[in-house]
Design a protein. Sequence first.
Length: 59
Amino acid sequence: MGVDFPLRLIVRTEERGLASAVVTGMQQARGEVLMCMDADLSHPPEQIPALYRMVCDAE
């Protein structure tokens, strides 16, 4: 495969809710381009490469 996707588990014991989970995730994330996608697939994952290209082209 040749691609490494490191994973870190963040356990939140105080705050609850989606919005604060997303904020915490973005604060803890490492990388040049970050994307948040809901697990209900309301946004097609197939669009990730095109979205990534648009971000890179805009820089």
